[in-house]
Design a protein around this ligand. Sequence first.
Ligand code: DON
Length: 557
Amino acid sequence: MSLSRVFVFLLCLPGLLLANERPPAAAIASAHPLASQAGMAILAQGGNAFDAAIAVSAVLAVVEPYGSGMGGGGFWLLHRASDGKDIMIDGRETAPLAAHRDMYLDAQGEVIPGLSMNGPLAAGIPGQAAALVHLAEHYARLPLRTSLAPAIQHAREGVAVGESYRRMAGFRLEALRAWPETAAIFLHNGEVPAAGHRLVQTDLAETLSRLAENGLDGFYRGDTAKAVLTAMERHGGIWSQADFDSYRIIEREPIRSHYQGHEIISAAPPSSGGVALATILHILAQFPLDELDEVARTHLLAEAMRRAYRDRAQYLGDTDFVEVPLERLSHPHYGAGLAAAIRLDRATPSSDLPGVAAAPGGTHTSHFSVLDSEGNYVAATLSINYPFGSGFVVPGTGLLLNNEMDDFSSRPGSPNAYGLVGAEANAIAPGKRMLSSMSPSFVRNPDSLVVLGTPGGSRIISMVLQGILAHIDGAPLEAWIGRPRVHHQYLPDKLYLEPDALDEETRLALIALGHQLEPLASPWGNMQALLWDKRTAQVSAASDPRGGGQALVIPNK
Ligand code: DON
């Protein structure tokens, strides 16, 4: 063997060793007990993590209809044990081919309120069905018929609605009442149903069955597609069969960054998550965080977030349509350069940064994490955007369409529902994917693996960041997942605090540094995370105490 071959072999060795490692248990954390249980049932039937991911995604679409769904999309970040491959399955929605840049503006160039939020015009072409087919064809082991069976059963037989459902339905009551089909499925006599009310979705069960039997043709062609296009025509939508024919799943290389001996693998554009995490971590790497007190640490966190969210607004968009300086933004030198301009003794007002132009998010959208006994794992964040998406159900299909079009910048500089502003890079164009904050992520080193993610709109990135930092600090999973979080997103220039985040003294010290604190009355996020501690050979899983999810760990037999 030549010297260079030996070298390549040695380089590959850690990857091969990693590929052969097997965890002592399988684990799933998701936002709903029925979804976690369905995933485990599929693993028990001989499925791998990718089969389980299909089952969990589809059950969430049924039992958590306010969060994600077959009328929406998402990102599935995969790790395959057999060859060590990490890959992001991009099932993000696309703008319809008849969409155009100014479609949400009036004659004066003003954003027409609600148009990108409610009804058929607010929806992007759904990617979740194609993503599940792609997973089944390329990564999973079982037929879709098997992995979709739990979702079909729950849709047909009905599930009891819980408190999260009631809260979200109350929040979106007006949008749900706007369409008779929607109200008939999701409300009871036009009102938020009582806890325990059975949500039966017979049409959705049939839509899922057509997908299970016929794959892509069962969704993007045939009865489902026909019903969708008829409804679009009737209710002012702009979709055509060409939108369905041209929709493609894209496999993307995830964004990788390194921090304190850990590799962070996260979502690539059209998500801004991986890039923003890289920038923030590279900034923080310039400071001895371990030696600093909470005031200095929180100050630096806010300053790093401010800068990364500013770049998000300025540069990020769908890389198939616009040039994004990914290399530069995710390079350690770039973070170091930004760090050099951070002062320890005062906050930088956002208005002092080169200008462009964000609001909060809660528990809609959905994240889940899966690890199987072979060492395959999946982090997936799925969305229909706002609670109950656009509120529009396609008659006869049970498909609740997303309102992901609001994630584009309808007009450069105008904030969307999360207060996020964007520039030209995220303007609407036919077939383009709207910018996302969804950040399914892995954190790896030879001793441990964490699989994590959360919903929360613009706050997803800062939540995932705080999870990563807490893990690297050595905090146990159960301890950090519930810890109150802070958030800064450049604009508005505010440091948001969850209830109980930071004591009074720390708050006052941050105000003295020039931060504008914005304590919020309700908590945010719904993180679902797994930890494989290789030193103790233990797997643990945790579901955010803020949500009603379930984390399961089942030791290998
Ligand atoms: O893709 C995005 O960034 C948003 N559509 C996610 C929305 C969300 O997380 C809502 N959550 N609470």
